[in-house]
Write a protein that binds this ligand. Structure first.
Ligand code: PLP
Length: 355
């Protein structure tokens, strides 16, 4: 007999990318930054005092929120710190969606959204993306017609890497009557010459909640720290009612604050990733593995011959981990994180061996 709620008994859990215990040749499966956090962040880690651990941390992560407000030219009231972006997604559902109400998504996108919706007994209202991974022009209307009160949209898109311009996002947000959670987990890897800046949306539109994470751009996936940017109407209820009282720990607050303070150093890694991204997109295409233009730290490569699963397995046997999704439109592709030049070369060499 099961003691689970019906909704929990019915659902399947999220399947995280593998974190192999053995040393691998190249770990290109979970979109981590291939470079370590900057020295200032490591110094902040070594500087954590016993007292900082003995006491409870700042419940609202005040120091971090002030720093983030400064970086984004917003107010601390626009910022909430969370235990990874995943917590912000969960909080948005808890705060803005009645149990059982549908969640708006586009498909495909981040595979955690359906899992979090299921926890809330919420069905999904799915809008399929076009062949080029763009969203339909009437996306907001479709969500409105279905009475959607919370929708999640990832930009740049995962898993394709495609970037939608801010003007188009603003159009969707203005037309949409519910809360739009704009998941910008990969925003740091966008080419600066694209001029992407979504933070004015936070000032102008009360229904936009941006997700930013320290996991990717700041090389801190192991720390579990992210933040949301939104109008106080969205941020306050999460901050004062629905989050755990001490949702981000003292170590995470200190390191995340140091990271933002030294973001120029993280920015050097973003540039390195961009340049490897271009090189890899071309090198993969030469081998028949075409990918759509990516503004993230990964490429969604179509596998020649279509047997993506067996290529994925062969690579794993060679100690090279990439991601394969058993999902419509993705089964014939591999999602490959951009690694260091050495890791990327190892992947190319392995693909050449596969032939
Ligand atoms: C699209 C997307 N959103 C959000 C996240 C959340 O990341 P984290 O919980 O590490 O901040 C991820 C992580 O892979 C992601 O791919």
């Amino acid at each position: 007999m099961s003691y689970e709620r019906d909704a929990i008994a019915r659902m399947s859990g999220y399947i995280p990318g593998e974190q192999p215990a053995r040393t691998v040749v190249a770990k290109l499966n979970t979109n981590e930054n291939p470079y370590p956090p900057c020295p200032a962040v490591m110094a902040a880690l070594h500087g954590i005092s016993g007292d900082a651990l003995r006491r409870y941390p700042s419940a609202m992560a005040d120091g971090f929120r002030t720093e983030a407000a400064l970086v984004h030219n917003l107010s601390a009231d626009n910022v909430i710190a969370t235990n990874g972006g995943d917590e912000l997604l969960r909080l948005a559902i808890t705060t803005f969606l009645e149990p059982g109400e549908p969640l708006g998504i586009v498909e495909p996108s981040y595979s955690l959204y359906p899992v979090l919706a299921a926890l809330n007994a919420s069905p999904l209202f799915r809008v399929p993306l076009a062949d080029d991974w763009s969203q339909p022009a009437d996306l907001a209307k479709r969500w409105n017609d279905a009475g959607i009160r919370l929708a999640m949209l990832v930009n740049p898109h995962a898993p394709s890497g495609r970037l939608t311009a801010v003007a188009e996002i603003a159009g969707i947000a203005k037309a949409f009557k519910g809360v739009l959670l704009l998941d910008e987990a990969y925003v740091d890897f966008i080419d600066p010459d694209r001029g992407y800046d979504s933070t004015p949306l936070v000032r102008d539109l009360p229904n936009v909640l941006l997700l930013r994470t320290m996991s990717k751009g700041y090389s801190l996936a192991g720390l579990r720290f992210a933040y949301g940017l939104g109008s106080p109407t969205l941020v306050q209820p999460m901050l004062t009612k629905t989050k755990d009282s001490y949702n981000v720990d003292a170590v995470a607050q200190a390191l995340a604050t140091a990271s933002l303070r030294h973001r120029d150093e993280a920015a050097a890694t973003w540039q390195a990733v961009r340049s490897e991204r271009s090189r890899m997109a071309a090198a993969l295409a030469e081998r028949g593995y075409a990918s759509p233009p990516s503004q993230t730290n990964f490429l969604l490569a179509a596998v020649p011959g279509d047997d993506a699963r067996s290529v994925y397995r062969t690579l794993a046997d060679d100690g090279i981990y990439v991601r394969w999704f058993d999902q419509d439109r993705l089964r014939d592709k591999l999602r490959i994180s951009v690694g260091t030049p050495k890791e990327n070369d190892a992947l190319l060499a392995a693909l050449d061996r596969i032939g």
